[in-house]
Design a protein around this ligand. Sequence first.
Ligand code: NAP
Ligand code: COA
Length: 286
Amino acid sequence: MAASSTIADKCMKAYNHVFNPSLFKGQVAFITGGGSGICFTIAEVLMRHQCSTIIASRKLERVQQAAEELSKVTGQRCLPIQMDVRKPKEVVAGVQQAMREFGKINILVNGAAGNFVCPAASMSFNAFKTVLEIDTMGTFNTSKAVFDEYMRDNGGVIINISATLAYKATVLQCHASAAKAAIDSMTKSLAVEWGPLGIRVVGIAPGPIDDTEGIRKLAGPLAESIPKRIPLRRMGTKVDIADCAVFVASPAASYITGDTIVVDGGDWMTAPNDAEMRLESMKSLL
Ligand code: NAP
Ligand code: COA
């Protein structure tokens, strides 16, 4: 579904459990951007492991519809919350509402993000700032609010959804590259500062993920050729990322913190990154 619409995503028809289906019984996850795309599937897969969730984003109607679908299919509780991760007051209010409803937040997934292709030469000051504010500041704002309201005293796991953009200075995305690189840096800093309190902070950097707003907005006409260039010869799926999130949040990852795990089939190492070629092939998106 298009993320710009207010129509929520649908759950999978079937899911094969790799981990114990009751892995997160009694736990609660707060997921920003959980009303659509990759983070909707992260919510679904956590719930299929008996986790309760809170999904938070700007469009209330979409998170409400998504929560209804997620609860109906998984039988677990899902609370929709309207908040803009750029606005600390709204974030704190959202986290406090979640605490009133559930009394705990064991897992935080920072997935809210914004992106579009745009050459740096024609990017406005506000365009650059907007993406940094959603991705980077949004990740800090939500992490800090959850830390203050619950994790400082109780520990937990924070999962930051990143990207591989900055590994090769991806052209036409200087804003999102900078934003995600800053998130990776924050993943390390918070892991070091909050590790002694029993908080693990881990990043997940997806490659191109099929059937997402990200790929619709960023790949354009290049989408078709993507599988051919990826060493594992296929696009990633939303479940690939959700399964990694399950692993990261599970005790199987209890000694992992500060790192960002790349889930991209080997893509970033081989993907072409030529500015002129991309500009030419992506004219329709600019
Ligand atoms: P998506 O469906 O557009 O997800 C982005 C979510 O962020 C939306 O649910 C949106 O909901 C929410 N959001 C945007 N601005 C917000 C704000 N200011 N406050 C609160 N929520 C906000 O995109 P996706 O492709 O699944 O991407 C999900 C994550 O994976 C992102 O972090 C993205 O950078 C990362 N990623 C994706 C890919 C890919 O191939 N798709 C690759 C690498 C990394 P509202 O509009 O309701 O606010
Ligand atoms: N190309 C160039 N500039 C763009 C742009 C594009 N495609 N889209 C937006 N901008 C600019 C706007 O012109 C504005 O700058 P200005 O004030 O100088 O004109 C600035 O970015 C902010 O745009 P606005 O639409 O006011 O921001 P918003 O807060 O309503 O929306 C976005 C944020 C722009 C990131 C929007 O694309 C969004 O909501 N994205 C969420 C979904 C998403 O991107 N998913 C993919 C995740 S990988």
